[in-house]
Design a protein around this ligand. Structure first.
Ligand code: GTP
Ligand code: MG
Length: 239
């Protein structure tokens, strides 16, 4: 049976250390499981040359690079990647470039959409999922972030950045590209119907540098405020 064609977007900033290995590994998983995938890397003119590596690989793999002129943020990168996705893709996704997201669950995510789910989320917080190598500070931050968003959804891993959503679930949905949490925008706003959470063990990056900082935590709180306000005061626009 044919599986749903999809475009997976990977935003990158200074990921030269691992991007080739990641793209080859995703391609292998997709070929082995006969997935109809396109990978769209959105690179923000990384000084370490990530974009040029992806351009070189595009001759060999079903991969494309969207180049933006400078560092414009993860969430807007994902949204720009979706705009550039090939028209035949009926599902759109996002994942990080640093191997934190387990690529071997991709076939299960696609199978969930094939089975009628509108959203498949790679989840650390369902049975079988977990976190490896994270300092206690990051674990606590992630748990608190999820707890703050809990009333918005039944999804357990609300701050997951690893997901696939049906394209039509995003129709007429305005996604705010604030901060790091594009997954939360989709989980809170898209019209996806049934959601499947697929467990995986999140692994902290081993190459490159973290871009999580105080400003991103502040942006997350701003994003939550907007989402709650939109729920509670649906008629008013929120600045
Ligand atoms: N295009 C683009 N990609 C970004 C930007 N900021 C982060 N990214 C990418 O978004 C993904 C997630 O960023 P990470 O630095 O891994 O953030 P994190 O997972 O919260 O933190 P660590 O894994 O601890 O580093 C990675 O693929 C980054 O390269 C940005 O401004 N523009
Ligand atoms: Mg990461």
């Amino acid at each position: 049976m044919a599986t749903i064609p999809f475009s997976m977007v990977i935003p990158t900033y200074n990921e030269a250390g691992g991007i080739e290995r990641l793209l080859r590994a995703i391609d292998r998983v997709c070929r082995e499981s006969h997935l109809d995938a396109e990978i769209v890397v959105v690179d923000d003119n990384s000084p370490d040359g990530t974009g040029a590596i992806v351009d070189r690989l595009a001759a060999e793999l079903p991969v494309r690079c969207v180049h933006r002129p400078g560092k414009m943020g993860l969430s807007s990168g994902v949204i720009d990647g979706w705009k550039a996705a090939r028209p035949e893709s009926r599902a759109l996704g996002a994942m990080d470039a640093d191997f934190s997201h387990d690529i071997t669950i991709l076939p299960k995510m696609v199978a969930a959409l094939d089975a009628g789910y509108g959203l498949a989320v790679g989840s650390r917080y369902v049975s079988g999922g977990g976190i490896r190598n994270w300092p206690m500070r990051r674990i606590v931050t992630s748990r608190v972030a999820c707890a703050l968003a809990r009333p918005l959804t039944r999804v357990k891993d609300i701050t997951s950045g690893y997901f696939l959503v049906r394209r039509e679930a995003l129709e007429n949905v305005t996604l705010d590209p604030i901060g790091f949490k594009i997954g939360l925008e989709v989980i809170a706003k898209a019209h996806y119907g049934k959601v499947a959470e697929i467990p995986y063990v999140f692994t902290d990056r081993t190459t490159g540098e973290s871009k999580l900082n105080q400003r991103e935590i502040f942006n997350y709180l701003k994003q939550l405020r907007k989402l709650y306000a939109a729920r509670l005061l649906p008629r008013r626009s929120v600045a």
